[in-house]
Design a protein around this ligand. Structure first.
Ligand SMILES: Nc1ncnc2c1ncn2[C@@H]1O[C@H](COP(=O)(O)OP(=O)(O)OP(=O)(O)O)[C@@H](O)[C@H]1O
Length: 385
């Protein structure tokens, strides 16, 4: 069983009761038990007010639980010094909360400075982190936050949160303030960084697409931070565990399945013989000599007009390969060898496989491969205790 980086044990947060408004009001978080595994990206997703941010903020004691225990790498956070705790946990929020009168380099260096790192070590770390988040130190280190785009500010926020290599990173709607295109790029970038660094990430979003794109696992929450489903993204989209999850996944579910689902061996329309038979000619003449040069054309992989499809491809890409040749079939390759053929119907069969809930056993949905301050609230522990 995977080790826990953060563990919530029967955690509740009842603002109303604490404020003496008491009876009848639903607690923001009610009896939540949840594990965030080491090195995973766990995404909390759910409707507004369901308790996502409260849950996240209890992990670094920006909010104190009413009851229950929260363990950070086995240690009870409620007995830890909050300032020391926040220096061990990175925190990234929407609009980042960079210090406006400090340069990018000074912002990133906030926690190393507090920890008394010497100038040379700090400066080397700042350059390393700016490189990591795709900002050239020579161009960006001396700029002030108002001289950056929203996406660039968000990258600096991520760099600052990672400065001392914290074991855990909390992210609350981290890309919420960025336009959709920039947001998509940041998500991809961040996934790359998280894979490289291996930090455990707990990320809050209300955007199901962001959740399924970013998460190794997704926790769908409803009122009171009730866990409706906790599963890998494909499982959540393919097999919603409750009407609330189905509602959230709802519209656009097929598109998400096409993006998350992968072509598997079972989906092949025909399997090649053991000796790795050569593929039959396809409608576009794969591998045929070029009429002008006489050279064999190199096979195109994926996309409209593709001539072969690697096993494990996104179903959406496989489908796109058939655009313009609905009756065609394409060779499927594994390690460069043809192992069989697919047709458009194979993609439909794959979608049925993914959404088939008939079997009683645990789901066998295969996941895609490989896939990670607010100055006012002092999340990096800047203020004296
Ligand atoms: N400081 C507070 N005092 C009293 N009630 C609060 C406080 N903070 C949050 N709440 C209430 O707790 C509930 C959960 O809020 P929370 O911010 O955790 O939800 P959320 O799922 O993150 O919402 P959103 O997606 O809108 O940010 C809400 O009903 C909210 O009104």
């Amino acid at each position: 069983m995977a080790a826990s980086a953060i563990r919530f044990e029967h955690v509740s947060k009842d603002y109303a009761a604490e404020q003496g408004r008491g009876a009848g009001e639903q607690a923001a978080v009610h009896d939540l038990t949840l594990d965030v595994h080491e090195h995973e990206v766990l995404v909390l997703v759910g409707p507004s007010g369901c308790g996502k941010s409260t849950t996240l903020r209890m992990a670094n004691r920006l909010v104190e639980p009413t009851s229950g225990r929260i363990l950070l790498q086995g240690e009870d956070v409620t007995t830890s010094d909050p300032v020391a705790l926040r220096r061990r946990i990175g925190y990234v929020i929407q609009n980042v909360g960079l210090f406006p009168h400090r340069t990018v380099a000074q912002n990133v260096a906030t926690v190393p400075r507090l920890l008394g790192w010497d100038r040379r070590r700090t400066s080397a770390r700042v350059d390393e982190l700016l490189d990591l988040v795709g900002l050239d130190p020579a161009r960006y280190a001396r700029r002030f936050p108002h001289e950056l785009s929203g996406g660039e500010r968000q990258r600096v926020g991520v760099a600052r949160a990672l400065a001392t290599d914290p074991p855990v990173l909390l992210m609350d709607e981290p890309f919420g303030a960025v336009d959709p295109v920039g947001r998509r790029r940041l998500q991809t970038e961040f996934a790359r960084i998280q894979r490289a660094v291996g930090t455990t990430v707990m990320l809050v979003t209300h955007d199901i697409d962001e959740a399924v794109r970013m998460g190794d696992r997704v926790a769908v929450l409803s009122t009171g931070a009730h866990v409706e489903q906790l599963a890998p993204p494909l499982e959540v989209v393919a097999r919603p565990a409750s009407p609330a999850v189905a509602d959230l996944v709802g519209r656009g579910r097929m598109a998400r399945l096409l993006a998350l689902g992968r072509l598997e061996r079972d989906d092949l329309a025909e399997v090649a013989s053991d000796d790795g038979a050569t593929p039959p000619p396809t409608s576009t003449g794969a591998g045929a000599p070029d009429a002008v040069t006489g050279a064999a054309s190199s096979p195109v992989t994926l996309g409209a007009g593709a001539e072969q499809v690697p096993l494990g491809s996104e179903l959406g890409d496989v489908l796109a390969s058939f655009v313009g040749r609905p009756d065609g079939r394409l060779p499927v390759t594994e390690h460069g060898r043809t192992i069989g053929w697919v047709t458009p119907t194979s993609v439909l069969d794959a979608l049925r496989r993914l959404t088939d809930v008939a079997d009683d056993g645990p789901s066998t949905v295969t996941q895609p491969p490989g896939r990670a301050p607010d100055a006012e609230q002092d999340p990096v522990g800047t203020l004296p205790t």
